[in-house]
Design a binder for this molecule. Structure first.
Ligand SMILES: [Zn+2]
Ligand SMILES: [Zn+2]
Length: 878
């Protein structure tokens, strides 16, 4: 039992226990269990991914909840899996091919897909090993992949049903096109970036209008004004023949409320082929479409003599040519948002193309209602407004992507009769004419399959036992950056196909930043590899840091000092446990039951009960940081710093075997319960120590026991013992006061001091009866008297309503101490004068950076406090 190493070695403990848990099947729940279900589906990391800080935080929080609920008697399931990540895999493989001087088109679709699967088998899923390293208690027997056969079937089923319901359709629509990635992008995949450009005012016959994209002028099919704009009313409905760079062009003048009369000249050119707003105007007015920029980002044949030019080169040339022709009125510098491909940052080109879309509006209405009626709760609450805004303004979701790796669209075309067939099974011949068919070459947006994740992973469209037991899932924990990409789509698709919410709570965690508040990024070089940090400080310390910083809605600032601090916490726990374990000789719980717990025993149990209540309440409301801090405070301050000190006295000094047994019993029970409370945060060290504690519970066979499935602590209403708390609190205050006075007056730690305590009326009897305890904890002979006055040559400290006087005569060399204090006071005064002088100089106050001034002010305040203390100490010696 006492065979416990001097130092805590996280490496040994972590690899050992994770293997044991897995071998014993402790992560694996049975769908048929009568226990109440609790389920979390993991946000599937990309198979190309490796563990970053966001993952580490996200999965630590999920593991805390799942371990808590599993211990608390729930049938807890955490479903793991990975996402096939279309674009990321393409980028990776195309880079490999490029190194050989090839493109994917050189090797063809089949060979490319073979390459992708091979890559997945050999190198994919590194992140799964890293999640295990983190201690994630996922049920690996239920691990899924978005392109596994079951999930692929779910995708087809979804596509076919939405198609049959008329919610999936093919349409020529203006889409965001990346000329570099050669694929369509959803609105969400376009990033907006402010850039400097030029606003070019062009003459259109009698009208003048401004544009930032003069090259699209070649695709204009109308000009538009606001219907109420009196300036231009006479032109509305007219046809204008205006001179242009390529001869004369014919434009219709139309009136549309989409035009802002206050912007520019109040006239806009309408280019339905190259602008989403113009496309809508064009549809309303039946305007023709001219496509002058191609999918390769170059001007098309329709662009006449500019054909073949890059779109940005064409912009320059057209402006030059218009200058020559006198068609430009003026050019103004203009800062505006440019849409960029989120992958490669190339400016996106709005282009018309035939794509598959989902009409998400009816789905969004249901999904909005689910949040409005609080069937799904979003935490923290400010995200609700963002969600409403997006869902109320939702646009069709373009789901086809011009990629190969992914779920191929289950649509077949017959070139002979032009028919289109959408099918659950692969088709080989045309159902209409029996002729040859051609499958749509595109794949689905990756988010289409991950949108089904909460039910597809549980077996849908089969009606499986898992689906019946675990859907709706309980909580989703994810980053706010994918609220719309993913969360909103899971809600829409879950409500539609399962007719129930996919989860009841969504917790959107904060973003992890470095100590300076910078977002972690490889290009900034401020990213430590989480796996390396785990190696260095231990996984438990790493997890605890993340939990302790995960305040609702706040950014998380990681620093090495914090992690080091929680490693010290793990070490402190280890050392405290060693102390308990090495003092259990002759431990007999039966003997302990014959004795009466001391007030300190009752106090620590009461404090533990209070801590349990806080931890449960805060975990239930996703206040992970408050939960972590409550355990930390209890364990470090109350258990280690006070109770252990008190207990040592009883263990080492008492002759009474019953009293000794009572102390041992309290130590074991308190430590055992605290370890269970700590387990979700620090799973490894808590298990390792827990296994070493004597068990008089005997519920399970020894080989089977694990803290993982021991009950999570509960505290009944009667568990608090306020009498004991009121008795110990003043003792702690007085002992702390004596310790402060001793150290400030430089009393040797070995010396015993004389102390006079003047208590308030309320604490008098408690302090009187605790005199021996106070004396032992503070190395003092204590007198308690409500009548006491300040003795000469004593240090005075106030502890709440109590005055504490520490007699210094005979314990310190008063002459030498006075001289030392005098010197110190002199030094502090000089420092204060220097700092005051510096801060008073106008050149410093005005020119030094604000943080430097603040730092010097802080130093001044510090020195003033030191001076006050020194002066008080000197007075005490008079
Ligand atoms: Zn791109
Ligand atoms: Zn046919």
């Amino acid at each position: 039992m006492a065979d416990i190493a001097d130092r805590y070695d996280p490496g040994r403990v972590e690899s050992h226990w994770y293997r044991v848990w897995e071998e014993r099947g402790l992560f694996h729940p049975d769908a048929a269990s009568p226990k109440k279900p609790y389920c979390i589906v993991i946000p599937p990391p990309n198979i190309t991914g490796s563990l970053h800080w966001g993952h580490a935080l996200n999965n630590t929080l999920q593991d805390i909840l799942i371990r808590y609920k599993r211990m608390d008697g729930y049938n807890a399931l955490w479903v793991p899996g990975t996402d096939h990540a279309s674009i990321a895999v393409h980028v990776l493989l195309e880079r490999q091919l490029a190194a050989e001087g090839k493109t994917r088109h050189d090797i063809g679709r089949e060979a490319f897909l073979e390459m992708a699967w091979k890559w997945k088998e050999e190198s994919g899923g590194a992140i799964i090993r890293q999640l295990k390293r983190l201690g994630a208690s996922c049920d690996w027997s239920r691990e899924r992949f978005t392109m596994d056969p079951g999930l692929s079937r779910a995708v087809r089923e979804t596509f076919v049903r939405l198609y049959e319901e008329g919610l999936i359709y093919q349409d020529d629509y203006i889409v965001n096109w990346c000329p570099r990635c050669q694929t369509v992008l959803s609105d969400l995949e376009v990033e907006r970036e402010e850039r400097d450009g030029e606003f070019v005012y062009i003459k259109y016959g009698p009208l003048t209008l401004g544009t930032v994209r003069p090259e699209t002028k070649l695709g204009d099919t109308a000009v538009a004004v606001h219907p109420k704009d009196k300036r231009y009313a006479k032109y509305v409905g007219k046809i204008l023949e205006v001179p242009s760079v390529d001869g004369t062009i014919t434009l219709k003048v139309i009136a549309d409320t989409a035009v802002d009369p206050k912007f520019g000249t109040g006239v806009i050119k309408v280019t339905p082929g190259h602008d989403p707003a113009d496309f809508e105007i064009g549809r309303r007015h039946g305007l023709p479409i001219r496509t002058v920029i191609g999918f390769d980002g170059r001007m098309t044949a329709e662009a006449g003599r500019y054909a073949g030019l890059d779109r940005f080169e064409a912009r320059k040339r057209i402006v030059e040519d218009m200058h020559q022709l006198g068609l430009i009125e003026r050019i103004e510098p203009y800062r505006h948002a440019v849409g960029l491909c989120y992958r490669c940052k190339t400016p996106v080109e709005p282009l018309i193309s035939r794509q598959w879309h989902v009409n998400v509006q009816p789905l969004a209405e249901v999904a909005l209602k689910a949040v409005r009626t609080r069937r799904i709760k979003l935490h923290p609450r400010p995200w609700i407004k963002t969600y409403y805004h997006w869902m109320e303004n939702i646009r069709p979701w373009t789901i086809s992507r011009q990629l190969w790796w992914g779920h191929r669209i289950p649509a077949w075309y017959c070139d002979a009769d032009g028919s289109v067939h959408v099918s659950r099974t692969d088709l080989t011949e045309c159902p209409k004419c029996g002729g040859a068919l051609r499958q749509d070459p595109d794949v689905l947006d990756t988010w289409f399959s991950s949108g089904l994740w909460p039910f597809s992973t549980l077996g849908w469209p089969e009606q499986t036992a898992d689906l019946a037991t675990f859907y709706p899932t309980s909580v989703l924990i994810t980053g706010p950056d994918i609220l719309f990409f993913w969360v909103a789509r899971m809600i829409m698709l879950g409500m539609h196909f399962m007719e129930d919410v996919p989860f009841r709570d969504v917790y959107l965690h904060a973003i992890v930043r470095d100590a300076e508040g910078q977002k972690m990024s490889k290009s900034k070089g401020n990213v430590a590899d989480p796996v390396v940090v785990m190696e260095q400080f231990g996984t438990d310390a790493f997890r605890f840091t993340l939990a302790a910083l995960a305040g609702l809605g706040r950014d998380i600032r990681i620093s090495e000092e914090r992690i080091e601090g929680y490693r010290n916490f793990a070490n402190k726990l280890w050392n405290a446990s060693r102390l308990v374990l090495t003092n259990l000789e002759g431990y007999a719980p039966a003997l302990a039951r014959k004795g009466t717990p001391s007030v300190a025993d009752r106090w620590i149990k009461s404090r533990l009960a209070a801590t349990i209540v806080i931890v449960r309440k805060t975990l239930d409301t996703f206040r992970f940081n408050d939960a972590a801090m409550a355990v930390y405070q209890f364990l470090w301050n109350e258990f280690c710093d006070w109770y252990l000190e008190i207990a040592k006295r009883s263990l080492y000094q008492t002759e009474d075997p019953v009293a000794r047994a009572v102390t041992q019993h309290t130590l074991v029970e308190t430590l055992e319960t605290t370890l269970r409370l700590l387990h979700p945060f620090m799973p490894f060290i808590s298990e390792d120590i827990w296994q070493r504690l004597p068990q008089d519970r005997g519920a399970r066979a020894p080989g089977d026991r694990s803290i993982m499935v021991a009950p999570f602590p509960k505290a009944g209403r009667k568990a608090r013992d306020l009498d004991a708390e009121q008795a110990i609190a003043p003792v702690i205050d007085v002992v702390s006061a004596i310790r402060t006075a001793r150290s400030e007056s430089r009393v040797s730690p070995a010396a015993e001091v004389e102390v006079t305590v003047r208590p308030s009326a309320e604490t008098a009897s408690v302090l009187e009866s605790s005199r021996p305890l106070i004396g032992a904890l503070a190395r003092a002979r204590v007198t308690v008297s409500t009548e006491a006055t300040r003795p000469p040559q004593s240090a005075h400290v106030v502890a709440g309503s109590t005055d504490v006087y520490v007699h210094l005569q005979g314990v310190v060399d008063l002459g030498a101490e006075r001289a030392r204090l005098g010197k110190e006071i002199e030094r502090a005064r000089k420092e204060i004068a220097f700092l005051e002088g510096k801060l008073g100089r106008p050149d410093f106050a005005e020119r030094a950076p604000a943080e430097v001034v603040a730092r010097e002010r802080g130093r001044l305040e510090e020195q003033q406090q030191i001076l006050a203390k020194l002066t008080a100490s000197l007075t005490a010696l008079q």
